[in-house]
Design a protein around this ligand. Structure first.
Ligand SMILES: [Zn+2]
Length: 225
């Protein structure tokens, strides 16, 4: 199994999960859906595209697609592009793996994460884009892989002000992963000012607090799970 931060051809993407309605998480999906519709019309996309999300995000996606896509494109929605509404605690089988969706208890906008069993007793957990809430810690305990946001370095918290935006620093995310017994931590959803040296800077700070494998992926980077 591979986890891809972009870089894969859209024809290879058949499962999409949308966490919440913020523009940096939702608007790109409209474009992806449009390109998949076009590929379907050209006979260049095989099978189905499944999109998972809670009621709020799927209603917005359906509404935007209805207003923005051509009629011929929109006709694929409900036919070969299936929108699956999920509720807190609901399970689904995705690419052969049991996946449980959960409400991350966001203060910003209704937001879900998920836990996927990638192998027996090995789970991949996505926490969305804010610090994992106390009430859902159980989903991430002893995770094989944890995807957690880290908006900036702890040493730069006064510059980027992560706490005002309900975000974590590298140190915070790493301390949490250490406490939860996570084996592999993937940090994402970061500020862009340090992008040129982000991998080194974030890894250096994180390693002081976390002893598992720490990943700070660049765009297009692939990770073997
Ligand atoms: Zn975000």
């Amino acid at each position: 199994m591979k986890l891809t931060m972009l870089g894969t051809g859209l024809d290879d993407i058949h499962e999409i999960f949308i966490t919440h309605k913020h523009t940096d998480h939702l608007l790109g999906i409209v474009w992806v859906v449009r390109v998949v519709c076009q590929q379907m019309m050209k006979g260049k996309y095989d099978g189905i595209l499944n999109v998972y999300g809670h009621d709020e995000v799927l209603n917005l996606l359906r509404d935007m697609a209805g207003k923005l896509l051509w009629e011929k494109e929109f006709a694929f929605i409900g036919d070969r592009i299936l929108l699956h509404e999920v509720t807190d605690g609901q399970c689904a089988e995705i690419i052969g793996h049991k996946t449980t969706f959960f409400d991350v208890c966001s203060k910003k906008a209704k937001q879900f994460g998920f836990s996927m069993e990638i192998r027996e007793n090995e789970k991949l957990v996505c926490c969305g884009d804010e610090p994992l809430h106390d009430t859902v810690m159980n989903y991430a305990e002893n995770a094989k892989w944890l995807l957690h946001e880290a908006f900036c370095l702890y040493s730069e918290r006064d510059i980027h002000k992560p706490y005002e935006k309900h975000h974590s620093t590298v140190k915070d995310a790493c301390e949490l992963a250490e406490t939860l017994g996570v084996q592999n931590l993937i940090l994402y959803h970061t500020e862009d000012d340090t992008i040129a040296d982000r991998k080194n800077l974030y890894t250096r700070e994180g390693k002081a607090y976390y002893h598992g494998n720490l990943f700070v992926p660049d765009d297009l980077e692939k990770i073997d799970l």
